[in-house]
Design a protein around this ligand. Structure first.
Ligand SMILES: [Zn+2]
Length: 286
């Protein structure tokens, strides 16, 4: 809680509005010094705005690579798919060439059986050879049928493969563009971030160390990086009164504390979340 007296603020404020007084001994330092509570609060709020912008940039930059990751996943999926189709085509092609060989063997066997049929001793032997021949002929026919079917399958699969390959090429080109985009965005946001980091450092120089330490601690302990929060107001009641709450934890602020916050006479922290409270920036405009 604040230990600073409110009197100091009043006098320093008056001094700035006064004409040059007769006292020349009391010179105000030309170096910009934050002295009044109001100025301290304004400086803290300014620092918070800079730091929040840094947070925002970091979040955006953190989300960008997800798009690239999604594309990489899609490409990997398409590569698996084209690989699978290709191996299916290879399998059928191998089956067709095996069948070609098998048919040749069957033809050779048929020739042999036919030769043997010329030298048989009895009908039974002839019939038996005829059956063998018939069997081999059926084998050849089956091979022809399967080969025809296989060729149709290959044609269909080749079409699918062409489609998938075209898609894959497109996605790969997409990825290249996205990656380049990402790189430039990253370097651009890095520049912005560096500027803001510098500004943040500068802003801290104008605030007393004790306050900067408290501010940093609050920011580090907060998920959203907020150390300075505005008052927020509820709906107008019949009496015209509007309840004020902490913009950090949304707990109600008692009227007396609200007054202290609004008048910027003290540095008030929220009793519940410990954040530094400043007047609502919307309210203060009217
Ligand atoms: Zn709070």
């Amino acid at each position: 809680m604040s230990a600073t007296s409110t009197k100091a603020t009043k006098t320093s404020k008056k001094a700035t509005g006064e004409k040059k007084s007769t006292s020349t001994a009391k010179k105000t330092s030309p170096v910009k010094e934050v002295t009044s509570i109001e100025e301290k609060l304004d400086a803290l709020y300014n620092l918070q705005k800079i730091d929040s912008e840094i947070d925002r940039i970091r979040i955006i930059r953190g989300e960008l690579p997800i798009e690239v990751e999604d594309l990489e996943d899609e490409i990997a999926g398409l590569e698996t798919r084209t690989g699978k189709i290709q191996s299916e085509i290879d399998e059928i092609t191998e089956d067709i060439s095996n069948r070609k060989l098998a048919s040749k063997e069957s033809e050779a066997a048929i020739l042999k059986y036919k030769e043997r049929q010329n030298n048989v001793r009895n009908n039974r032997e002839y019939e038996s050879l005829s059956k063998e021949i018939e069997f081999q002929e059926l084998e050849i026919k089956l091979n022809e049928k399967r080969t025809k079917e296989g060729k149709v399958k290959i044609e269909n699969k080749k079409e699918l493969l062409t489609e998938a390959t075209e898609r894959l090429e497109l996605k790969k080109a997409d990825l290249e563009t996205k990656k380049a985009e990402l790189d430039s965005i990253i370097s651009a946001t890095q520049k912005d971030e560096n500027k803001l980091l510098k500004a943040s450092k500068e802003a801290k120089k104008n605030i007393e160390e004790r306050l900067v330490l408290a501010y940093d601690r609050l920011r580090n302990n907060s998920k959203n990086g907020l150390a300075v929060v505005e008052l927020i107001y509820g709906n107008k009641q019949r009496s015209g009164h509007r309840d004020a709450s902490c913009g950090g934890c949304f707990n109600k602020i008692p009227p007396q504390r609200e007054l202290d916050i609004v008048t910027k006479k003290k540095i008030i922290i929220c009793e519940h979340c410990g954040k530094i409270l400043i007047p609502s920036q919307e309210e203060s405009e009217d």
